[in-house]
Design a binder for this molecule. Structure first.
Ligand SMILES: Cc1cc2nc3c(=O)[nH]c(=O)nc-3n(C[C@H](O)[C@H](O)[C@H](O)COP(=O)(O)OP(=O)(O)OC[C@H]3O[C@@H](n4cnc5c(N)ncnc54)[C@H](O)[C@@H]3O)c2cc1C
Length: 509
């Protein structure tokens, strides 16, 4: 019998994605044999790009309960309180676990951790590394730990195309390597850790590989999804024409940087009592309104950070210099950009999805911790807390080994994609214009019609582009189905929250 794949790999678990969520889960599964399939090299994804840091109540004047209160206060009433409690209570021990694998957090000469503050946090509780290179430091340590772990094998430069199922259970994935090899990986546990959906938008801070693959795969397999309409737009990306846009971390505003208009006037003081440190959706829409009116907006850190820029924010400093701006002495032009997806594949507190055999962790998942809006620096935290719990859950699960039966004979990841840059650019523009930070019913309906047309243009094998269209349609449909504004979801035709939409179904239910 001829199979449509070139190689069959069997493992106890397959993890798709090698960011903080995927590698944390894989490490926690020992001694189970884990195959990590990842699109690029194992250090890719959004994780190494994370700047500001990871939130944890480690200061003497702070507590997990206060961290939880701040998390809920920006979440528009939709946070799952049980998930928030798990997140904030486990934060200090997960920070210690990261230190144990070699993550170095910035500290003063006496060894006291240096804690930053960001929007929505009422305490200094953001740990950072290398100033604003927190994600790169975490990724370095995680990749090294995974490389040294006997139970973890990595298949890099391999695109996971689809989940395969057997008798109602998820039983593996199909994948295609960059060399064109077709792989069928069978395992009784599959963990999606594919990150978010930033690349669906014309303006984004996310790397190109973040294309909503896990969300689309889970949807095709029939997994329960949640909160898809809630996409976070970061207020301050560097408006210099890059794609992706460079992020100017919120920690800059935490250190006192201010937002000014063309006349050098601080406008956030009139918009919200917390001014520049108001929740992200509030700041992003205030900037958006000024840009739509034809003005420009700048982040001015000249007084608050000034000469300490190269040391405190080296990543942002060099990105600005590359674009000819010296942020020590010049205000930096900014614009909002798609940054983070609060919604995703619904999971319980152990990362289990509604499908037997399938877990989801990190940004692709929806544990319910963020509700309608994510508190800054809570996403690395969510990925490490729930990634670890999911890994432990997979380790403990007594699932039968998957036999390579005829059920998988048709598992084909498809041929290598041709050039689909035209439809993809069209999709990204449509999402930005009509499913972006200000939406309305007419725009969402027309976006859905256009995405349907784009789907017809994609050839067989264009799996990534198809995932982008599928994920875009899911987000647009969810946005259309919520006739109110809440958190990051803003409808100009329904600009107020509607109490009828204030409650959430528990995500793991
Ligand atoms: C510029 C920037 C700054 C940020 N700053 C912060 C911050 O300071 N604090 C904070 O808490 N959060 C921050 N975030 C958000 C945070 O970085 C992410 O939410 C988090 O890193 C997501 O981790 P993850 O493991 O879920 O996914 P990622 O790190 O995105 O990893 C996804 C992985 O999945 C792989 N993958 C995807 N699709 C496939 C497929 N089909 N087949 C195989 N592999 C696949 C990718 O190659 C990658 O390895 C920032 C994000 C960005 C973009």
């Amino acid at each position: 019998m001829r199979y449509p794949f070139d190689r069959l790999i069997r493992a106890d678990a397959v993890v798709v994605g090698s960011g903080i969520g995927g590698l944390t889960a894989a490490l926690a599964m020992a001694p189970r044999r884990v195959l990590v399939i990842t699109k690029g090299d194992p250090g890719g994804g959004s994780t190494p790009w994370a700047q500001g840091g990871i939130a944890a109540a480690v200061a003497a004047d702070d507590s997990p309960a206060e961290h939880a209160a701040d998390t809920v206060s920006v979440g528009g009433g939709l946070n799952d309180p049980k998930a928030v409690k798990v997140l904030t209570s486990a934060a200090p021990e997960r920070v210690a676990a990261l230190e144990a694998i070699g993550v170095h957090f910035d500290a003063d000469v006496e060894g006291h951790l240096l804690l930053g503050r960001e929007g929505g946090h009422h305490r200094r509780r953001v740990l950072h590394s290398g100033g604003d290179a927190t994600g790169a430091e975490m990724m370095r340590a995680l990749v090294r730990a995974a490389a040294g772990a006997d139970h973890v094998e990595t298949l890099p430069f391999a695109f996971a195309a689809d989940l395969v199922t057997d008798g109602g259970r998820v039983a593996g994935v199909t994948a295609r390597t960059d060399e064109g090899e077709k792989v069928l990986a069978l395992a009784p546990a599959v963990v999606l850790a594919t990150g978010g959906i930033g690349r669906l938008y014309a303006n984004t801070t996310n790397p190109p590989e973040v294309t909503g693959d896990g969300l689309a795969m889970a949807a095709r397999a029939g997994a329960r999804l949640a909160d898809l309409e809630f996409v976070q737009f970061h207020p301050t990306a560097l408006a210099s024409g890059r794609d992706p846009m460079a992020l100017l971390t919120e920690a800059l505003r935490g250190e006192g940087a201010v937002l000014v208009d063309d006349d050098g006037r601080r406008f956030m003081v009139e918009v919200h009592p917390d001014a520049e440190l108001a929740p992200r959706d509030v700041v992003a829409r205030a900037i958006w309104a000024r840009l739509q009116a034809g003005g420009r907006v700048f982040l001015d850190a000249t007084a608050a950070v000034g000469a300490s820029f190269p040391e405190r924010f080296p990543t942002v400093f060099s990105l600005c210099l590359e674009d000819g701006i010296d942020p020590q002495t010049q205000p930096v032009p900014v614009a909002p950009a798609a940054h983070y997806h609060m919604g995703g594949v619904a999971t319980d507190l152990e990362g289990r999805t509604s499908l037997p055999g399938l877990w989801a962790v990190g940004e692709v998942s929806c544990t319910g911790v963020h509700g309608a809006n994510r508190l800054a620096s809570n996403s690395l935290l969510e990925a490490t807390v729930f990634g670890h719990r999911a890994g432990q859950s997979v380790r403990a699960a007594a699932a039968p080994a998957v036999e390579a039966t005829a059920a998988f004979a048709a598992a084909d990841p498809g041929p290598a994609p041709g050039d689909v840059s035209g439809p993809v650019a069209d999709l990204r523009r449509t999402m930005w214009d009509q499913v972006g930070l200000v939406r309305n019913g007419g725009g969402l309906t027309s976006a859905l019609e256009h995405l349907d047309e784009l789907a017809l243009l994609l050839p067989f094998g264009a799996s990534e582009a198809r995932n982008m269209v599928d994920a875009g349609r899911l987000i647009a449909r969810a946005a259309l189905a919520r006739p109110e504004s809440r958190g990051a979801h803003y409808r100009s035709d329904f600009p107020a929250p509607d109490p009828a939409w204030a409650a959430r179904e528990p995500v793991g239910a």
